[in-house]
Write a protein that binds this ligand. Structure first.
Ligand SMILES: [Zn+2]
Length: 363
């Protein structure tokens, strides 16, 4: 547990650094202990005992007050009101949410706020550092909730995110298509069994102001919205393009959308500013509806050539695209299973077998 260092460190003389290690929490840091030039056996023994006590007390503290897995910004209003949680970066390669939430940190004024707003620009910091959807353990955070306090890095983040969601009265989880997908701007929610929660979710999605509103299967698990569902916290998620770049319009739409929800629920005085055109509202409670990763899966890996564009209306059986191998010897065609609107398109040319190349919102 305790690294007493090498002989050479012992020869350092006064204030030699010792690394305190915990089997549960890893390296807890260095402590400097005054060491005489010639180390006696007794000194080593007593120091070992002291460091053991120190390690136990640090572990106990960490148990009671775990280190936060992600940075959060709290704005507490002067007046009482609901607690709104807004998160971005559940996936590390989705950038509009991060930029929008960072700007909301300075746009929301505590003097004018009723209630409390918790802003988390990047939930999945290790994934963001990699510039990827998931952290180094390869787990998708949006399939890992409610996680585990002593699990892998993603499980620990999921655990703390889930605790935070349960503490909220309203929850908005901002997403995009990430590096590989493009998604039409939409607000989604679960078709919650509790009529009151469902009504609040519909109200949030409408106030957010994106052109498509999508209510889906409430029985999907592992997501941030599944935690909100189980805790009866009204929640929506949103999507806005993606494709590995950042859309300025998307950042502004997200800032306006979050402010709109604050107006609608009385956290800020004012009315939501909504687009002129009414939204397209689709509610689909079939099993798996809303699960973007299983819609029109690639039959094999290879190079994907899309034959449709994002936002296009397609007919049943229309060709969505082809996948060819590197030599062009094998070609597979993917056809629309039903007519509707292409709301998600795989824009990254390389696809793996089984990933969704397109999602069609059935018309
Ligand atoms: Zn996402």
């Amino acid at each position: 547990m305790i690294d007493f260092g090498s002989q050479s460190r012992q020869r350092l003389g006064r204030f030699a650094p010792f690394l305190v290690r915990s089997p549960r929490f890893g390296n807890l840091g260095y402590v400097k202990i005054s060491v005489p030039f010639s180390i006696q056996q007794d000194f080593v023994k007593s120091s070992r005992a002291e460091l053991e006590i120190l390690r136990t007390s640090i572990e106990n503290e960490l148990e009671k007050h775990p280190l936060p897995m992600f940075a959060r910004h709290e704005i507490a209003g002067r007046q009482p009101g609901p607690h709104l949680l807004i998160t971005g970066g559940v996936h590390g390669d989705e950038f509009e949410p991060m930029a929008a939430i960072r700007q909301l940190m300075s746009l929301v004024n505590a003097e004018e706020l009723r209630g409390r707003v918790t802003l988390v620009p990047v939930v999945n910091e290790p994934a963001f550092r990699l510039g990827q959807r998931a952290a180094e353990d390869g787990r998708d955070l949006a399939r890992t909730c409610p996680g585990r306090a002593d699990g892998s890095i993603t499980e620990q983040i999921a655990f703390q995110l889930s605790e935070l969601i349960r503490s909220a009265d309203l929850y908005i989880d901002l997403h995009t298509g990430g590096t590989r997908l493009m998604v039409l701007p939409l607000s989604g929610y679960t078709l919650h069994a509790n009529a009151e929660v469902l009504a609040q979710q519909r109200k949030m999605a409408r106030a957010f102001g994106l052109p498509i509103i999508w209510g889906t299967d409430p029985n999907l698990n592992g997501r941030s919205l599944s935690v909100a569902r189980d805790a009866n916290v009204p929640a929506i998620y949103t999507e806005y393009e993606g494709g590995g770049r950042i859309s300025v319009e998307g950042v502004w739409a997200y800032i306006q959308g979050c402010l709109n929800v604050m107006y609608e629920f009385g956290l800020l005085a004012g009315q939501p500013i909504l687009p002129h055109d009414p939204p397209l509202i689709v509610e689909d409670d079939r099993q798996g509806a809303g699960h973007m990763q299983i819609n029109h899966p690639a039959p094999c890996e290879g190079f994907f050539n899309a034959a449709v564009t994002l936002g296009q209306e397609v007919q049943a059986d229309q060709v969505l695209g082809t996948i060819v191998d590197s030599l062009g010897q094998r070609e597979e065609t993917i056809r629309a299973r039903y007519a509707g609107l292409v709301i998600v398109l795989h824009t990254f040319p390389r696809v793996e077998a089984g990933v969704s190349v397109a999602v069609i919102l059935e018309s």
